[in-house]
Write a protein that binds this ligand. Sequence first.
Ligand code: FAD
Ligand code: A2P
Length: 270
Amino acid sequence: MPDASPTPQVKTLPDAQTVTEVTHWTDRLFSFRCTRPRSLRFRSGEFVMIGLLDERGKPLLRAYSIASPSWDEELEFYSIKVPDGPLTSRLQHIQPGEEIILRPKPVGTLVLDALLPGKRLWFLATGTGIAPFASLMRDPETYEKFEQVVMMHTCRTVEELEYGRQLVESLKDDPLIGEMVDGKLHYYPTTTREDFHHMGRITDNMTSGKVFADLGIAPMDRAHDRAMVCGSLAFNHDVKAVLEGFGLREGANSEPLEYVVEKAFVGDGI
Ligand code: FAD
Ligand code: A2P
């Protein structure tokens, strides 16, 4: 009698994890989910190294924020597609059932522990910089520690906001945090190069006071406001200046203060 039981998946890569789901959002953006190593513990907001084997059979790894919360059984990633990018020119074609490499050593500064206690938490992101906040927005600890959470996400076009929009929309019906999020999470997406109900750069909407007026909330105040920033180097640089203007100081895991910053990617150097 032939054995009818399914063949166990052979782990062909070092630190291999199996992709379970892939969603393409635009021709430049996709997300995927994969199995989670049993031993992997991480704090929502951290990043890991993931990748594929190159043509010579060597691991080709890049930093990726974990977009899923720390309680999730699987891992989720939200990715750019760089046409000639060494990793993403291939990673964008990944299919469910295929394997990726995942080094289970999470690190990063966008963690709640790196901030002093406060009342209102700001997530400030451009492009794929929303990934660590996709994790933190789904973590109950975020809402236990803060009375209000503001998610500002800016992209060039409306379609680039869709991953974040659907994620925020799904939180309302989430059995774990639906009630916690209700009335606490303010979502403020904007575009800069296509008409939308709210437009403009995050920096401009903060310095002009537009975001505070639109949401009907008080301007930033070092006593109560905390912030996490994730975007390009130029964005991070400019947002830091705005936050410092409100009196907030940059903290770290070793010295929690009022805001923390992480690069969404490297390559547009200033
Ligand atoms: P690379 O050679 O790495 O990049 C080529 C060029 O593409 C870069 O010089 C830059 O100009 C541009 N680029 C790279 N990544 C991006 C991006 N995300 N958005 C816009 N332009 C980009 N990328 C993600 O897609 N999702 C993440 O969650 C993510 N988290 C990161 C966390 C950290 C701490 C860092 C440092 C980087 C992160 N990145 C993330 C970027 C990622 O590490 C790779 O750069 C990206 O996957 C492209 O890899 P590549 O080999 O195809 O091209
Ligand atoms: P803009 O269209 O005005 O450049 P990119 O696709 O170039 O990474 O940009 C993603 C989003 O971040 C865009 O909406 C872009 O606005 C915005 N952005 C880029 N640089 C900055 C910056 N230095 N400060 C604020 N927003 C920025």
